[in-house]
Design a protein around this ligand. Structure first.
Ligand code: ADP
Ligand code: MG
Length: 248
């Protein structure tokens, strides 16, 4: 995968186990968002194959991609909520677009999903009235609204304080356990990765280094081991990094 002459992924291969939480880890510009966009079929690689729930999404038409995307939930960085719509409308809107549900069924689904992410009595609020942690919750609710088989989360922890990070992390874990959703989470947050990941795909020099968090942290490659261990000591010290909102 390259943009113009800039290569992002070279001879790249990785996998994400079904029903588990995988974290795509890497520094800024390593290609984390690119991987999620490739999986969602939002961009196409110059070469290769990408199997998503049994279908190779490389070279598919928009119509064929639509079928694959029905199995995917995507949590956008920065929330990507419509600012002029209330929380309720932000969630009801995709259900009206894509399902045949009645207004009553939509209301039930919206409220059940908001409850699943720990939000109540927020129907009438506008995104501008929500805290950073609440915006992430609403974005997560929208991503799981239609019961996806696979959930893609781009940097769900960016810009959050350490307590909110733990809350969102616990929520992702619970949703994974309760619904068995395959989760692919991009992050540069090492402590939460160590806690929540079943599988880690570390982007390293345009390639993937894969394993359990423990395997990577005890890698025989000292640079990789350092990457984990140095950052582990920084918890609570480093300010949350600001990452620019990325277009999908
Ligand atoms: N649409 C694009 N056009 C050109 N270059 C891009 C585009 N999207 C990403 N890139 C480049 O690809 C690299 C990986 O980007 P990205 O996947 O956003 O990194 P990360 O999410 O790990 O910070 C970066 O060098 C970025 O500048
Ligand atoms: Mg990114």
């Amino acid at each position: 995968m390259r943009f113009g002459t800039r290569p992002v992924l070279i001879d790249f291969s990785c996998e994400f186990p079904g029903g588990r939480i995988s974290v795509v880890l890497g520094g800024s510009g390593a290609g984390k968002t690119t991987i999620l966009r490739l999986i969602g079929g939002l961009i196409q690689p110059q070469e290769g194959r990408i199997w998503v729930a049994g279908t190779n999404v490389v070279g598919l038409s928009e119509r064929q991609l639509y079928e694959v995307r029905r199995k995917l939930g995507m949590m956008f960085q920065g929330g990507a909520l419509l600012n002029s719509l209330t929380v309720y409308e932000n969630l009801a809107f995709p259900l009206r677009e894509h399902t045949q549900l009645s207004e009553q069924e939509i209301a039930e689904r919206v409220h059940a999903t908001l409850a699943a992410v720990g939000l109540r009595d927020v129907d009438h609020l506008l995104p501008g009235e929500l805290s950073g942690g609440m915006i992430k919750r609403v974005a997560l609710a929208r991503a799981i609204l239609r019961d996806p088989q696979i959930l893609l989360c781009d940097e769900p922890f960016s810009g959050l304080d350490p307590i909110s990070v733990k809350r969102i992390e616990a929520l992702l874990r619970r949703i994974n356990q309760e619904r068995g959703i395959t989760m692919i989470v991009s992050s540069h947050h090492i402590p939460s990765t160590m806690r929540m990941a079943h599988h880690v795909v570390l982007l390293w020099d345009h390639k993937a280094v894969q394993g359990t968090p423990q395997e990577l942290a005890s890698s025989p490659d000292p640079q990789i081991a350092d990457f984990f261990n140095e950052e582990l000591h920084e918890e609570g010290v480093r300010e949350p990094q600001h990452t620019p909102v990325h277009r999908w």
